[in-house]
Write a protein that binds this ligand. Structure first.
Ligand SMILES: [Zn+2]
Length: 129
């Protein structure tokens, strides 16, 4: 814990918040330097030296797109499309592309490709394993 002897000004507070956010991995997102797909999992190597492994089935089941996770309106109500049955192809990754420098868009064997997984979402998904 840091004890502050002198009152800190706006800049000091902002700087402290920034470094806290950095260490929490929120404001300053950790980015992948290497993404490898395996038959059953996705491996991500982060620029902070960490690694994440996410089973493809988990990745697909937690697809964040509106069709899979639903959309929330301004009143907080969630509209979710009826669950579509997964097939064996649903958990087969046919490709991944980086989106806008902030996330990943996987393409699945059943043609589904609308989910965009942010780096933060991917890290949280891997940590939840
Ligand atoms: Zn989806």
């Amino acid at each position: 814990m840091v004890r502050l002897v002198q009152p800190i000004g706006r800049r000091g507070i902002a700087h402290r918040r920034w470094t806290e956010a950095q260490s929490a991995g929120t404001l300053w997102p950790v980015r992948p330097i290497d993404i490898t797909t395996f038959p059953s999992e996705l491996a991500l190597k982060w620029d902070n030296g960490g690694e994440s492994f996410i089973p493809l089935e988990t990745l697909r089941r937690f697809c964040p797109c509106a069709a899979c996770m639903g959309e929330t309106d301004v009143m907080g109500q969630v509209y979710k499309a009826p669950a579509r049955p997964y097939t064996d192809h649903s958990f087969v990754l046919t490709g991944v592309s980086e989106v806008g420098g902030y996330g990943l868009a996987p393409r699945w064997g059943d043609g589904h490709a609308t989910g965009i997984y942010t780096w933060d979402y991917l890290r949280r998904l891997a940590e939840a394993q």
